[in-house]
Design a protein around this ligand. Structure first.
Ligand SMILES: Nc1ncnc2c1ncn2[C@@H]1O[C@H](COP(=O)(O)OP(=O)(O)O)[C@@H](O)[C@H]1O
Ligand SMILES: [Mg+2]
Length: 387
């Protein structure tokens, strides 16, 4: 488990410590009276002799509640309250105004406007003041507790994420080196089978030669699985560099490449013009190549194969899609499509390693986007993505 040093600045005071109450009054007798009334509450009472002094105290520490005298020379209670509210540290600290009963009506209106949460009237009734202050002290404690839980949770999530990321990295590095190391003997195996056929083919009968051919095909298939895995782990591991991409032109280049590799196939391709997206050039190219080559492959049995690359606006969000009129798939299995090695079609009908869509999903995830598919058996498929 990876542990980080605890953040000290943000951590709330531990349970059981006293909370502070600020009394602001220019009159020492009244301050003394308030302090005596609050003594039984059992918390830490701090005195400020003026508005300016109160602001100084608020810079030094957090208070559960402020008892603020309305009538003070230089800076009165209202002005003080306004400044208290302007400071981030005390913008939410409850303020109880202390005012004379005969001023109550006018003071209350202004006081509430300035962010007072309560009033007590002089002469102060001790039981009422204690009850009011206790409510805010309890509230403050509850908030502190919540904050402590939140910080603990955040730390826990952070620790778990770091640990998981490390495990993930290790697993990926492991899979990468396994697929890398196993690839070499496979290539040797294929090469030797080829030599065997070329040099000793004359001494073998038809059946033996067929067996060797099948061994070669199997080893080639496995090599392509390893290649796919390496693409999955290597190409999608590094940093992503976002830039404005011309999706229409990238799609066009991919189709040209596929077409030149498969001159025997006649597939009609319709690419919408002017499609753009912001993403990592290299990764988005791999994403599109996987989707388009699938569309190309899975239309292999269609009488008039057609592939569309286009975009749609749905509820203000733009999605790009690759659609084909090929064999399609059963929507019941749609959730499996994007898993590594998951294939819904047989190897004999449509060969493949089953890594293309897993790679596609990883690329989209790395961009913080979404990819999904719609299709029906014998009725084509559409793959949508948003980057
Ligand atoms: N355009 C498509 N039409 C129908 N099925 C598709 C299409 N694209 C992907 N699939 C299904 O998803 C599976 C996984 O695709 P992918 O990961 O690219 O692997 P592969 O192409 O090697 O089969 C495919 O084997 C196929 O069953
Ligand atoms: Mg594929």
């Amino acid at each position: 488990m990876v542990t980080r040093p605890r953040r000290t600045r943000d951590v709330a005071a531990p349970v059981g410590t006293k909370v502070s109450i600020l009394i602001v009054d220019d009159d020492p007798t009244k301050r003394f009276a308030l302090r005596s009334i609050l003594e039984p509450v059992g918390e830490n009472v701090v005195e400020a002799t003026s508005g300016a002094d109160a602001l100084r105290q608020l810079l030094r520490g957090d208070f559960a509640v402020i008892l603020l005298d309305v009538r003070m020379p230089v800076m009165d209670g209202f002005e003080t309250a306004q400044l208290v509210r302007q400071r981030p540290r005390s913008e939410l600290t409850p303020i109880i105004f202390v005012t004379a009963l005969d001023q109550a009506e006018t003071d209350m209106e202004r006081g509430y406007d300035l962010g007072a949460v309560d009033f007590v009237f002089a002469p102060v009734v001790p039981a009422i003041l204690r009850a009011k202050v206790s409510v805010f002290v309890e509230l403050y404690r509850a908030q502190q507790e919540l904050r402590r839980y939140r910080l603990q949770l955040e730390e826990l999530v952070q620790e778990r994420t770091t640990a998981l990321t490390a495990i993930n990295r290790e697993l990926e590095a492991f899979s990468y080196s396994v697929s890398h190391d196993l690839r070499a003997p496979l290539v040797a195996f294929d090469g030797l089978s080829k030599t065997l056929l070329e040099d000793y083919g004359g001494q073998l009968d038809k059946r033996a030669k067929e067996y060797i051919e099948r061994m070669r095909l199997a080893s080639q298939r496995m090599t392509s699985v390893f290649d796919g895995l390496q693409t999955l782990f290597r190409l999608t591991g590094g940093e992503i560099r976002r830039e404005q991409l011309d999706i229409s032109s990238i799609a066009g280049q991919i189709v040209d490449e596929i077409r030149s590799e498969n001159p025997e196939r006649h597939v009609e391709v319709d690419i919408a013009s002017g499609m753009t997206a912001v993403g990592d050039q290299r990764l988005v190219r791999i994403l599109l190549a996987n989707l388009i080559s699938n569309a190309w492959k899975f239309t292999g049995e269609s009488s008039a194969p057609k592939v569309w690359v286009g975009q749609e606006m749905v509820e203000g969000a733009r999605r790009i899609f690759v659609r084909d009129n090929g064999v399609g798939f059963d929507m019941i299995s749609a959730h499996r499509l994007f898993g590594a090695f998951q294939r819904l079609h047989s190897q004999s009908e449509f060969p493949g390693a089953g890594i293309g869509l897993a790679t596609a999903r990883r690329i989209v995830n790395r961009h913080g986007g979404r990819i999904w598919a719609e299709g029906a058996v014998s009725d084509g498929a559409t793959f949508y993505f948003v980057l």
